[in-house]
Write a protein that binds this ligand. Structure first.
Ligand code: SF4
Length: 490
């Protein structure tokens, strides 16, 4: 079995606030609407039941809104986030829902039911969709599992990863490192070669650039927003105010506060996510701020520091490897563009490819779903992906990359998921900023070593899996424990 999951699945462009509770259900409902195509005209009623975690925290995560948008045929990559926001919440009972964008079906908010106490064996995030005819006879029924990161699985489908067909297979970090040793490849190069088995070089490069552009756009949007986030907590957005403060301090043109910018980048993405904006899963929406924040930190403060000087130490004490300069075997497109912009873009592709290979290991051998493994599975995995990506673009070796990912994950073990009010706001938003900082620290520690270390990445992935199994369901995206029950919602 290969663990590898494509970068274009792990980093999917979608909408907030949750990959498992918004993007996954939207995809499930859209899939169901498409399945009904041969019998659209017979459909007179649509029903949905949200089980387990989807039932418990679905309203706060916009799950019923996503179901309505998906039934109408929208897809997460292209839908205007404003269309999803409030699609169910603001629905007028009895209005016609345009099934698959084509066939009108009378629909009421009560057609979506919540069953938080019912846990289906397939996954804690489950939903059933039904279509009935005018006589109330069942036309079709499907149960879907939203298994994290926006991925869905239909009940009865093979649970094996659909990615098993990639040519350069690895199922553990040890196997990945052995593959790299055998061929003399970097981790990013393994990922690139796998991607190029499905897309051309140019398409891989353009696709990675599009992911980065969406991430950077999200950072920028969040840094220039203010006001209050949706939901009863009335959480104030902070990224815009922090950006204004930092701009003021650095008005002389000097870049003096990279560490504070790092936190602001993460807050910006997660505030955009919490407001239902355009977000890239990385590998989930709740943890979507970490990879973009660390990548943006590299792009703004480190990317150009070593140009022309081989290995160097930046004003911020970072090592910058000569691997940054010019072309690298992991780069998808063979061009000789040595402009600053081209070098940065190549670095970001390397960052994302490295993070993809690492994220694949968490997805295959443990979980990236908060409902399955707690927050260690979401924020811990994202932190490890970012740490590995940063180590790669700083010129780290494969073993230093593995070390950085291991350090980052090790110190998230046992982290619970307890969103207050079922909203992806408290503790999620700040948690991304803290994890971005941890990722940078993990990369720095790994880069100062030689890659040898005591706890392997595989051991820490397995520990995360076991800890997730042992964790009480109260701490797995149900809002029945932790901060969610100790913070008064006003
Ligand atoms: S606490 Fe962590 S896992 Fe839970 S919703 Fe927030 S970011 Fe996701």
């Amino acid at each position: 079995m290969s663990a590898y999951v494509s970068a274009f699945e792990l980093f999917s462009i979608g909408v907030g606030p949750s990959s498992s509770h918004t993007v996954g259900p939207l995809r499930a409902a859209r899939s169901f609407a498409a399945l009904l195509r041969p019998q659209h005209s017979a459909v007179a009623r649509l029903e949905c039941v949200l089980y387990g975690s989807l039932g418990a925290t679905g309203i706060g995560h916009g799950t019923p809104d996503a179901i309505v948008a998906g039934l109408q045929g929208h897809e997460p990559e292209t839908v205007d986030p404003a269309v999803v926001r409030g699609a169910w919440t603001d629905w007028r009972d009895g209005d016609a829902l345009l099934l698959d964008g084509a066939h009108p079906v009378p629909f009421s908010r009560g057609d979506i039911a919540f069953a938080p106490r019912t846990r289906l064996p397939g996954h804690p995030n489950a939903l059933t969709l039904r279509a009935l005819d005018a006589r109330g006879e069942l036309l079709a029924e499907e149960t879907y599992y939203s298994i994290g990161g926006g991925f869905i699985r239909r009940d009865g489908e093979d649970t094996a990863l659909a990615t098993a067909s990639f040519p350069h297979a690895f199922d553990t970090a040890e196997a990945l490192l052995a593959l790299c040793d055998e061929h003399g490849w970097t981790i990013a190069e393994v990922a690139r070669r796998n991607e190029e088995s499905r897309r051309s070089e140019a398409e891989v490069a353009a696709g990675l650039d599009a992911i980065w552009d969406a991430m950077a756009g999200c950072v920028e949007a969040g840094l220039h927003a203010d006001g209050v986030l949706p939901g009863m907590l009335k959480v104030k957005r902070r990224a815009g105010a922090i950006r204004a403060q930092l701009d003021e301090v650095e008005s002389d043109g000097k870049r003096e506060l990279p560490g504070e910018w790092l936190g602001a980048f993460a807050l910006a993405v997660n505030e955009e996510n919490a407001s239902g904006g355009r977000v890239v899963t990385a590998p989930t929406n709740g943890a979507a701020g970490i990879v973009p924040a660390v990548a943006m930190y590299w792009w703004r403060f480190l990317a150009d520091s070593g140009l022309g000087s081989g290995n160097a130490v930046t004003p911020y004490g970072e090592l910058v490897g000569s691997a940054l300069l010019g072309m690298h075997p992991a780069d998808p497109v063979a061009d000789d563009d040595l402009t600053v912009e081209a070098n940065r873009r190549r670095g970001i592709r390397r960052f994302l490819l490295t993070a993809t290979a690492l994220g694949s290991l968490f997805k295959a051998n443990a979980s990236i779903s908060g409902a399955e493994g707690g927050c260690q599975a979401e924020v811990g995995s994202a932190c490890a992906m970012a740490a590995g990506g940063l180590t790669a673009v700083m010129g780290g070796t494969n073993r230093q990359i593995e070390n950085a990912a291991e350090i980052a994950m090790e110190h998230h073990l046992g982290l619970t998921c307890d969103p207050v009010g079922g909203l992806v706001q408290i503790p999620c938003i700040e948690r991304n900023a803290i994890a971005a900082s941890t990722a940078v620290t993990a990369a720095r520690l790994a880069l100062r070593g030689d890659g040898s270390h005591y706890v392997s990445l595989d051991a820490v992935v397995e520990t995360m899996r076991q800890t997730g199994i042992d964790m009480s369901h109260k701490y797995k995206e149900t809002s029945e424990g932790g901060l969610a029950v100790n913070v008064i919602e006003c």
